[in-house]
Write a protein that binds this ligand. Sequence first.
Ligand SMILES: [Zn+2]
Length: 219
Amino acid sequence: MRRLTISFDNGPTPGDTEKVLDALASRDVLASFFVVGDEMAKPGARETLERVHAAGHWLCNHTLTHGAPLGRDEDAARVAREIGMAQDLLGPLSHPDRFFRPNGEGHFGKHLLSAAAVAYLAAGGYTVVTWNNVPGDWIEPRDAWPDRALATMENQAWSLLVIHDFLVGPMADTLTRFIDTARARGFEIVQDFPPSCTPMVRGTCGAHIVDVAMIEAAP
Ligand SMILES: [Zn+2]
């Protein structure tokens, strides 16, 4: 059976994230939330994170500031700040596999993670999680992303979708309709990540996926 994994980036967004949680609960779907450190520090965000965690969703690291992609500079201090400080903010709410998703666009490669970042993640035992279905939930009209997501899914054995709490929350009925349609078309919705989207697992790189030159360049 073809699979679908749903993930939410750039939260938490108190209010909107709760609407997403309600929609997921109404369909018995477990998902992952890749949260940003700066957002975790905002008023009310801690309570939202607690609720995400209590519902059984996975909380994952999506950098401290969501600034320039970590592949764009070799500043080791910035790597530790962006990854490590966000992980510290998550603390015990983090999934034990320390899922980390770099910010940036396109397929996995050097533009997303510098050699310094790869070395830092390996030393810290992180699992790097990418994506293979980004339907553009920011594109107007905002309720059109499910059609693009489903079109991509049709060509994949296991789709890892990226959407955003602050965009989907205000129109959560779009999310429930999407889930219903995916299931009606025969997709099984799972919480795990497809192996093709985890180039590093608990600190170990899959040589079949990661650009080997990048790993060799790591200090
Ligand atoms: Zn992001």
